[in-house]
Ligand binder design. Structure first.
Ligand code: URA
Length: 223
């Protein structure tokens, strides 16, 4: 009985060599249980590391870190910019007005918030919601990278300029990035870029374009 590709990925990510005897009759369900247990432990360990992070100055002003939320089985990963005041208080990304709109956007393509995973470029709130500084993004990057390794999403949706530019290492305006085909990392995960829900609250006319982006997400998820 072999190890599936997905199981092998998790075992590799955890640095566990796969030695399976040709004759070994390990029930697949037992391998699944063991992998799921270890992956859950990896997520918990990562969250604890993030909670204790002091890599940049933002740890001094945060109420708490905002790690990310959602299903560890999610096929869609949504990446935003950084926690705002509501998120800093509640410890969860996208819980304010922009979060409500994000939930509606997800519902429009038949997804519940609980079934996707939501994270940010930064895990701590920048004071007065200023833009993240380059050194803060660099400090925080390994955490998001590890989340992506553990999750292995089928599609990433980057919401807003800051998320798109930092994830994709590009400098174009959001309007120029929307509608382009991008990929993240060696796994070549497709990345869809769209407007930030906070911007859509200010510019509802642009919702039509965001709807086009969401339809692309839906198509990619169904492939
Ligand atoms: N805006 C973001 O980019 N992320 C949040 O978590 C909340 C608002």
């Amino acid at each position: 009985m072999g190890v599936t590709e997905r199981q092998r990925h998790y075992l590799d990510a955890m640095g566990i060599p796969v030695w399976i005897s040709r004759d070994a009759a390990v029930p697949e369900a037992a391998v699944d249980d063991a992998v799921a247990f270890d992956v859950a432990a990896e997520w918990r360990a990562l969250e604890a590391q993030v909670a204790a992070c002091t890599r940049c100055e933002l740890h001094k002003t945060r109420t708490q870190t905002v790690f990310g939320v959602g299903s560890h089985e999610a096929r869609l990963l949504i990446i935003g910019e950084a926690p705002g005041a509501d998120e800093d208080r509640q410890g969860e990304p996208f819980v304010g007005r922009a979060g409500k709109l994000l939930n509606e956007m997800l519902r429009a393509i038949g997804l519940q918030r609980e079934t996707v995973y939501i994270a940010n470029i930064l895990k701590c709130r920048p004071p007065n919601n200023r833009d993240p500084r380059p050194e803060e993004v660099v400090s925080c990057e390994p955490w998001l990278k590890r989340q992506i390794e553990l999750l292995r999403p089928q599609v990433i949706l980057a919401v807003g300029r800051i998320a798109a530019q930092n994830l994709l290492k590009r400098e174009e305006r959001i309007g120029a990035m929307r509608g382009q085909r991008y990929h993240y990392g060696d796994g070549e995960i497709p990345v869809v870029v769209t407007y930030h829900p906070a911007y859509l609250l200010r510019s509802p006319k642009e919702k039509r374009k965001a709807w086009e982006d969401l339809k692309r997400v839906r198509r990619l998820l169904s492939e």
